[in-house]
Ligand binder design. Structure first.
Ligand SMILES: Cc1cc2nc3c(=O)[nH]c(=O)nc-3n(C[C@H](O)[C@H](O)[C@H](O)COP(=O)(O)O)c2cc1C
Length: 375
């Protein structure tokens, strides 16, 4: 590999632009150390909060596979077929701040050149909760975290003042960001929820509050499928289910749509892309739309828990991509970051056929199969 994979993102120097996102791959010291040894440029630690959490009984995550042989899309009907998505209802870290602090210190000492981002979450409904944001920020940065990622996006929250309920409210987004920025000495990233009508609204709000980057995004709110034979949700506890989050390949096009809207609305700002990345073929779309870094969860979970093969492929893929386009003068990510952002336009700007060619859509009744299926 000869290409320069390093990036500067929110003032932090990454040896490569790939991070493990805040999730099970980063839930422990040993995982994070293994991830750095495997070559990830950075990690975002599993979200740390002040409230003790207890997860649901039984599995917290499952993976949906689509089997072309049987036509099934299922979490439970075998491992054959292509990965469609992950579905989870896992809460934030069940380890308290006191558990994390010495570990963050040790991790940073062991890997001073890797980027360690602490994901934090608290409520917003009263002064005590706002103090939690301040305390978490101060404790993590004092322990050596290079940056803070505010989790404004956890999709499974009953509390109205927390997680994606903050991320759906532009006033709270802005306010919580200001609170964290008051005490932060390190860059502050805001991880937003796709459960929003227009993420540019919340992105604008966190930027107004002082955020250094928007991270997009957390998982998409979703339910497991009901098995038509058993009439039970494919994932349930005592027959009951609650909204959880979808990640993995299925969310890539939707995540890109949100990202394109935001990078077009704020072309001078920093964005970290998440959603459905397992190799450079997906990561490239995020860079070309304007992202400076890319984060990965589902693909890493399925690759020895921290994604050693995923990061190897990402680095080799990026290097080859840069070398393949050397004739365009590309030497590093910065040379092609955002160059396809302007190709996303309003619908009316898409070329129509000439009048002579156009039969008003009435030349065939409905869609003929030749229009629907590739020949
Ligand atoms: C089991 C599981 C737990 C997660 N926990 C967190 C979390 O604690 N904090 C957070 O910000 N995102 C969390 N996420 C979301 C991921 O970081 C990521 O945003 C999402 O899975 C989309 O990326 P992907 O398509 O690569 O999976 C979690 C995802 C999964 C699957």
């Amino acid at each position: 590999m000869t290409a320069d994979l390093s990036v500067n993102f929110t003032g932090l120097k990454f040896e490569n632009p790939f991070l493990l996102s805040s999730a099970p791959p980063t839930e422990s010291e040993s995982n994070i150390l293994r991830a750095f040894d495997a070559g990830w440029g950075g990690v975002v630690v599993k979200t740390i909060g002040m409230h003790p959490v207890v997860n649901v009984a039984g599995p917290k995550t499952k993976f949906l596979r689509s089997n072309p042989e049987t036509g099934t899309l299922s979490m439970n009907k075998g491992r054959a077929g292509a990965l469609h998505s992950s579905w989870n209802w896992e809460l934030i870290s069940d380890k308290p701040l006191d558990w994390w602090i010495p570990r963050l210190e040790r991790i940073k000492k062991a890997h001073p050149t890797k980027i360690l981002i602490a994901s934090i979450m608290a409520g917003s409904g009263n002064d005590k909760e706002l103090d939690h944001w301040r305390d978490l920020t101060k404790a993590c940065q004092d322990a050596g975290a290079d940056g803070i990622e505010m989790n404004l996006s956890c999709p499974h929250m009953d509390r109205a003042d927390m997680g994606s309920n903050i991320g759906k409210d532009q006033a709270l987004c802005s306010f919580v960001t200001q609170v964290v920025k008051e005490v932060a000495r390190v860059p502050v990233w805001a991880k937003l929820t796709p459960a929003s009508a227009d993420m540019t609204v919340e992105a604008g709000a966190v930027f107004r509050g002082g955020a250094d980057a928007v991270v997009s995004s957390n998982t998409f709110p979703s339910l497991p499928i009901i098995d038509s034979e058993t009439l039970e949700f494919e994932m349930n506890v005592d027959g009951l289910v609650s909204s959880g989050g979808m990640g993995g390949p299925a969310i890539l096009p939707m995540s890109l749509a949100n990202m394109a809207k935001m990078t077009r609305a704020f072309p001078d700002r920093e964005f970290s892309g998440i959603g459905g990345v397992s190799d450079l073929r997906q990561a490239a779309s995020y860079f070309l739309l304007g992202c400076g870094t890319v984060q990965v969860c589902t693909a890493a979970m399925l690759d020895k828990a921290v994604g050693p093969t995923v990061i190897k492929d990402l680095k080799e893929g990026l290097s080859a991509f840069i070398e393949r386009n050397a004739d365009k003068g590309w030497k590093r990510v910065e040379d092609f970051r955002g160059i396809r952002r302007d190709r996303v336009v309003s619908h009316s700007k898409i070329r129509r056929p000439d009048d002579a060619e156009y039969a008003g859509g009435y030349d065939a009744e409905g869609y003929s199969s030749s229009e629907m299926e590739p020949s």
